[in-house]
Structures are given as C-alpha cells and as structure tokens.
Design a protein around this ligand. Structure first.
Ligand SMILES: Nc1ncnc2c1ncn2[C@@H]1O[C@H](COP(=O)(O)OP(=O)(O)OP(=O)(O)O)[C@@H](O)[C@H]1O
Length: 264
C-alpha cells in the first residue's frame, strides 16, 4: 500500500450516441479526499466506473501516478484501487468473514490460504467497520447498512492506495455515517467519493467537484464551492450557508419552501 495520485484527463463517456460524461478533468492528490456531487443522473457513477475500470472512457484517460490505466492489467490496478460501488454485490451465501477475506484476492496466487498477517487485517477491518459480531453470519441475512459495512471492510483488506466510493453512506445510520466519514478523513488514502449529502461532503472532503449533465460545473474547497448560488443553480434548491458552531466547517440549511424566489 503506497500513496497514489489519481488524474482524470478529459474523460468522456458516450453510450449509444449519448454523452454521459464530457471532457472531465479532475485530479486527486496523494492522501486527498475529493467529493463528487451532483444531481441524479449527472454522471457521478459513470465517472467513477472509469476509475475502477468497469467502463472504458470513450475519450481521455485515467492516470494512476501518471500511468494511463488503460495499459495496466486489471489484476494489477485492483491491487491499488478498491471500489465500493452501487453495483457491489455480496449476494452469494458466504459468511461475512468470507466476503471480507475476498478483498485479499488481488494479492493472492491461486487458492492460497490467508497468512497470519492477512487474517489480522481482516479482523482489523471487521472491527473498524463494527461488524465483528456478524463475522459468522451469512451476508444474505444482513440489513442494507450492515451489508454496506461488510463491503467497506472488504475494500479495506484490499490494502489499496486509492479508494473509489459511490455513495458509501447509503443505508448507514447516522452514527455509522459519521464513523465512516471520519475514518475516510483520517485514513491517509487517496479517496474519490460520490456523495449526495452536501453537508457530509463539506465535512470530510478537502475539495468538492460538482457535476451537472456530465460536465464539471465547479471544483474547489467546500467553503468556496457550496454557495447558495451554486446550490440553487445546480440543484434548484434554496439554501443558506452557516458555519458549524464548533468546527467552523461550511454547512447548508435547506429552505423547504418551493415558492421562495429570492437567493438569500
Ligand atoms: N448503460 C447506460 N446506457 C444508457 N444510459 C446510461 C447508462 N448508464 C448510465 N446512463 C445514464 O447516464 C446518466 C448518468 O448516470 P450516472 O449513474 O452516472 O449518474 P449519477 O450522477 O451517478 O446519478 P445518481 O445520483 O442518480 O446515482 C443517467 O442519465 C443514466 O440514466
């Protein structure tokens, strides 16, 4: 596990003649947490798929430490990039500890047994995701949030240098959302994370990239990006910006009155 820089360079994705992502340029520095936000259908998952290589960009390239991933064998990039995706499935009748151990497969040859160090890694990931008590349960019996934490633990035992996360807080209760995001903020990995919750994004991300209709509408530190004007323009929602009373971090208060017309 080393540090890594990720770079999307002019990435465009077209499917059936329709542009889903257009000329997206985005860098994620070593150890940086960058959030990808935008309305439904704006291209967040599509852009992330190009990074974890479920999709090949129609044009442009994704670079890891300046190397174009299109020339890197999949098994090799899987040792560096772990993904938690909307498509992540854990629906085979495996136990939680078996699913988590699958995170080691990019590092293994054949059916080698886990080493003592790898077993310790798995135990650490179970503990970190607060699922130790579920280790012997079938993943089929888990709740949505428990399953999400299992998939996150599997990503961690992969020992990646880059984490690509598509809505990782989906299904999580508020305590597990906060724990996951504070882990991401302190983990030292290079993280690209799609989030719907702009306040969680502001709390955890050093920079936020805003997608609209497949294009980058804005990118920068949360305090610069999350203005009432941008939130109204991109999401069509009136919001007030406040500073968190303890941390000073930018947070949004949404105005639920759809009749409102001013920008205050
Ligand atoms: N295989 C496909 N064929 C055609 N259109 C697609 C395909 N995959 C995605 N799309 C469309 O591309 C657009 C972007 O989808 P994407 O899933 O990247 O958006 P998103 O920003 O992640 O959305 P959400 O917030 O709803 O998860 C959507 O309009 C979607 O319907």
């Amino acid at each position: 596990m080393g540090q890594a820089r990720l770079s999307l360079q002019d990435v465009s994705v077209e499917v059936a003649g329709q542009a889903l992502v257009r000329e997206l340029c985005l860098d994620v520095g070593e150890g940086e947490v960058v959030g990808l936000v935008g309305p439904n259908g704006s291209g967040k998952s599509t852009a992330l798929r190009c990074v974890y290589r479920a999709l090949r960009p129609t044009r442009g390239a994704v670079l890891l430490n300046d190397e174009d991933l299109s020339g890197v064998p999949l098994a090799e990039s899987a040792r560096s990039i772990a993904a938690l995706t909307q498509d992540s499935r854990a629906e085979l009748d495996f136990t939680v500890e078996e699913v988590v151990a699958l995170g080691r497969s990019p590092h293994q040859r054949g059916n080698a047994r886990l080493t003592a160090r790898e077993r310790q890694l798995c135990r650490d990931a179970l503990r970190r995701m607060d699922i130790t008590h579920l280790a012997l349960r079938s993943v089929l019996s888990l709740s949505g949030g428990e399953r999400q934490r299992v998939l996150m633990a599997r990503a961690l035992v992969q020992e990646p240098s880059v984490l690509v996360l598509d809505e990782p807080t989906n299904h999580l209760d508020v305590r597990h959302q906060v724990e996951l995001l504070s882990f991401l903020a302190g983990c030292g990995l290079t993280v690209l994370v799609a989030l719907h919750d702009l306040n969680l994004a502001a709390a955890v991300c050093q920079r936020i990239a805003v997608l609209r209709d497949g294009e980058l509408a804005a990118c920068g530190p949360p305090a610069e990006i999350l203005t009432p004007e941008l939130v109204l323009d991109v999401f069509g929602v009136h919001a007030s910006v406040v500073a968190h009373p303890r941390t000073g971090i930018t947070q949004l208060l949404y105005d639920l009155d759809p009749e409102r017309t001013d920008h205050g």
